[in-house]
Write a protein that binds this ligand. Structure first.
Ligand code: NAG
Ligand code: NAG
Ligand code: NAG
Length: 325
């Protein structure tokens, strides 16, 4: 596909009424931001009752910095997650749009698997983390999504679980759009769980194993995927107008990856009748303290949204009827 030029920067699509004195120098806030993150302060004040606690002053400074930067449009790239998204593609055309744009209009499952990997794949190899939590059923029941977007799919455990749930709940046409570069992470094949994965010329065949898992789950018509990094895939979905009512963000767990993915995913949320929902895993373990939780909490503060907790997952409902993109 032809590489299209980037659109010129447009004002951020979220509007804020808050205006903070221009005399306050953004550089001061930026220093606060760095300090707050490097010292991990942002994670210390939140637990289940996050929204009922008052954040300490230095956290307010970070939130003000981000808000001022967004609303003034002067912050350069730091909080700029791209232009206004394209006009919404109707839900029933989303699969077709992605097949056309990513796969030249041909299902990647046609003639799958290729002979050279056929005997290297397992019939089913689904391993994930927290991919069967009750949160999935709770949210799918509530939102009844036509389109689910999953950022961070790995072997497809939670995606296939969601397909199963949509079927069980009579949502016959729901598409699950999976985003993953299918590379795992550097060194993941040393992990005890994955050391048996076959490697072909340095490629661990994660994408093919994911595809095989989808075949095994009879879900090739319910799942479509974007085999790219989350940033580039989310940016394109925005540009193409591919939105979802339920978006799971579960890719990079460091603060910067999570912050970027959450902000980009937010733009793709299309509130359904029960509201749109953004959610993700790993809000509570010690390791998450360093990244995901701080990104989620900062995001919620900046947008004045409430973080709910369901098992190990964070959940943000967008129910504001005047919510606009
Ligand atoms: C979903 O499919 C089942 C079985 O084919 C059918 O009975 C049901 O009416 C369908 N539901 C919707 C909402 O289309
Ligand atoms: C997939 O379809 C086959 C054949 O109809 C069936 O035996 C199998 O149980 C199905 N698997 C799932 C996960 O639905
Ligand atoms: C944030 O939300 C609370 C509760 O819904 C509301 O009272 C308050 O006015 C909101 N603040 C802003 C800046 O939107």
């Amino acid at each position: 596909m032809k590489q299209e030029p980037r659109s010129p920067p447009l004002p951020h699509h979220f509007r804020y009424s808050k205006r903070i004195s221009s005399a306050v120098k953004p550089v001061v806030y930026f220093i606060c931001l760095l300090l707050a993150y490097s010292l991990g302060y942002l994670s210390s004040y939140t637990r289940n009752n996050y929204t009922h606690n008052k954040p300490p002053a230095h956290v307010n400074a970070v939130v003000s910095y981000v808000n001022t930067a967004i609303s003034s449009g002067t912050e350069g790239d730091h909080n700029n997650f791209g232009a206004v998204c394209g006009e919404a593609v109707p839900s029933q055309n989303i699969r077709h749009t992605i097949l056309e744009r990513v796969f030249k209009g041909i299902s990647p499952w046609q003639n799958f698997p290729p002979p050279r990997v056929d005997n290297l794949l397992r019939k089913k190899w689904v391993k994930g983390w927290g991919s069967k939590g009750a949160v999935f059923e709770n949210l799918i029941r509530k939102v009844r999504p036509k389109t689910i977007i999953e950022v961070g799919t790995f072997l497809g455990a939670s995606a296939l679980h969601m397909v199963e749930l949509t079927r069980r709940l009579g949502l016959n046409n729901t598409q699950v759009v999976c985003i993953d570069d299918f590379r795992g992470w550097p060194g993941f094949s040393d992990h005890q769980k994955f050391k048996d994965m076959k490697m072909v010329n340095g490629d661990v065949l994660l994408m093919y194993q994911f595809m095989q898992n989808v075949v095994n789950g009879n879900a090739t018509e319910s799942v479509v995927y974007m085999p790219f990094s989350s940033g580039s895939a989310l940016e394109k979905l925005c540009e193409w107008g591919v939105f979802g009512e339920l978006i799971e963000v579960d890719a990079g767990h460091d603060f910067h990856s999570a912050w970027s993915d959450i902000n980009r995913a937010f733009k793709l949320l299309k509130p359904g009748s029960a509201g749109g929902v953004l959610f993700g895993h790993d809000y509570f373990t010690a390791a998450d303290n360093r990244g995901v939780r701080r990104a989620v909490n900062l995001f919620a503060s900046v947008h004045n949204l409430t973080v709910q907790v369901d098992g190990q997952h964070w959940v943000i409902h967008i129910t504001n009827p005047s919510f606009s993109y």
